[in-house]
Ligand binder design. Structure first.
Ligand SMILES: [Zn+2]
Length: 463
């Protein structure tokens, strides 16, 4: 079933509502009164719920933490999972970021594609079904999250207090269907240095680098006392490895500044890890013997510049992906050392296997795991009815018969709800402006996704 004509009837309303929602600056701010995520997010929630009500649907505000708009009756429920909060606008926009200016058939503004355009498209998809007289035998529930960008407290609250849909999709990523999202672990390794000896080697005072576990560090530095000259070795190292480590001689010590290229932790191969470069260099020189240098050499030999965790004992693979390893943070001084790693493991593999690999590698090193946090993978087989149905709808509407369901290293909003997959709203090959300046949604895409979501709901009702 196609909904082209029905959606055309609502064209102006879809555009206007998207603009109005984008114009609400729903960036998270400190709680005020009973608004846990601040006034902007509250306004966006109230706006959307009242729009849902005006279109003839049942609505509920879930204690200002989330909301939903519901259509139909029945025991089973088809969910659509969207969010109303946005990341801060940043600088250098062509059009004011909350103006929702229309230019070249695009609506510009923070949240236009992530995720406010898709919210409005989903709502008018429901309206399209309603207006052609469909009486659903399942409920359709558009779930409105309010804290996707900075912590996900909204869905934690929702899951505690409200019903989980039988199946759902989340229009907060890319088309076609994302049937697998890799598991994620973030772990911290620490070692206290007790064994030191003043053997005349190079004395490392500190090594610091990185901003967050899920970012490839673009900067790291070491301070050391250069008991042996290292400048020439460094020059040769940079020349051989294409690294950029600066040598700065100060009064009583030397600083080495390593410059890399940042990238998201899910795609470390796109960056250049500044910490990796530095530890590999330190492994080459004559460091003072002891726990500290053992720690540095251990890192160099088990991580080096690898981004698949192989030498670290967790080079795990399945038919879809291989493990992605990002050394995100380092902090070493004369008394202790620590690193923090963000690793993404293949969708059919269990977290305990990753843990076992790490523990195996740490055996007899005295290095301890002091933090470990994990998120299991999201995985639906490509022939799962939910995946098959959404793929079929996508193909019918786009004529894109070659695309297959995809797997990704990043985590989408779909993972915050059981039985859910990400489905759109960005089409393959279109510029991804989420979280960027000049974020926008093309108006023809906005209408197209409304049709796709209407068809998807229609099909899922009959599943
Ligand atoms: Zn989003």
């Amino acid at each position: 079933m196609t909904f082209e004509k029905t959606v055309q009837i609502f064209k102006d309303d879809i555009i206007k509502s998207t603009q109005e929602l984008v114009q609400i600056k729903s960036v998270k701010t400190p709680a005020v009164g009973d608004m846990p995520f601040g006034k902007g997010i509250q306004d966006a929630l109230e706006y959307t719920l009242s729009l849902g009500k005006s279109l003839g649907f049942k609505t509920k505000n879930v204690d200002n933490h989330a909301g939903y708009i519901e259509f139909g009756e029945g025991k089973e429920m088809v969910g659509i999972l969207c969010h109303l909060d946005v990341v801060p606008e940043g600088d250098h926009w062509t059009y004011a970021p909350f103006s929702a200016t229309i230019a070249d058939d695009k609506i510009y503004g923070r949240g236009a594609i992530d995720d406010k355009g898709p919210v409005i498209a989903s709502l008018y998809a429901m309206k399209s079904l309603k207006d052609i007289g469909i009486v659903p035998k399942k409920r359709i529930r558009l779930i409105l999250g309010t804290d996707e960008e900075s912590g996900g407290k909204c869905m934690a609250y929702y899951l505690k207090h409200e019903e989980v849909p039988t199946v759902s999709f989340s229009p907060d990523a890319d088309f076609p269907v994302i049937h697998g999202e890799m598991g994620i672990v973030v772990f911290k390794l620490e070692k206290t240095f007790t064994d030191k000896c003043d053997d005349g080697g190079i004395k490392v005072l500190s090594v610091k680098g990185g901003n967050a576990p899920n970012m490839v560090p673009d900067y790291a530095e070491v301070r050391l006392i250069e008991n042996h000259p290292i400048e020439a070795i460094l020059k040769a190292f940079n020349a051989t490895n294409g690294t950029q480590i600066e040598y700065i001689k100060e009064d009583t010590f030397t600083t080495l500044k390593s410059h890399g290229v940042s990238a998201h932790g899910s795609t470390p191969e796109k960056g250049k890890n500044a910490i990796s470069a530095l530890i590999q260099f330190l492994d080459l020189v004559d460091l003072e013997i002891g726990d500290q240098s053992n720690f540095i050499r251990f890192l160099s030999r088990t991580i080096g510049s690898e981004t698949n965790g192989e030498s670290f004992g967790i080079g795990l693979k399945d038919e879809y992906n291989e493990l992605v390893f990002n050394l995100g943070l380092i902090d070493i001084d004369e008394n202790q050392g620590s690193i923090t790693v963000n690793a993404r493991y293949p969708i059919t593999i269990k977290e305990k296997l990753v843990r076992a690999g790490v523990e195996g590698t740490l055996q007899n090193t005295g290095i301890e795991i002091t933090k470990w946090a994990g998120k299991e993978p999201l995985f639906f087989k490509p022939n799962h009815p939910l995946v098959k149905t959404l793929m079929k709808v996508y193909r019918e509407h786009t004529g894109d018969l070659d695309s297959k369901p995809i797997t990704i290293g990043g985590g989408t909003y779909a993972r915050s709800m059981p039985n859910s997959v990400a489905f759109g709203a960005l089409f393959p090959g279109k510029a991804d402006t989420m979280h960027q300046r000049d974020e926008h949604i093309e108006i023809r895409d906005l209408l197209k996704i409304t049709e796709i979501y209407a068809s998807a709901l229609y099909e899922l009702l009959n599943l």
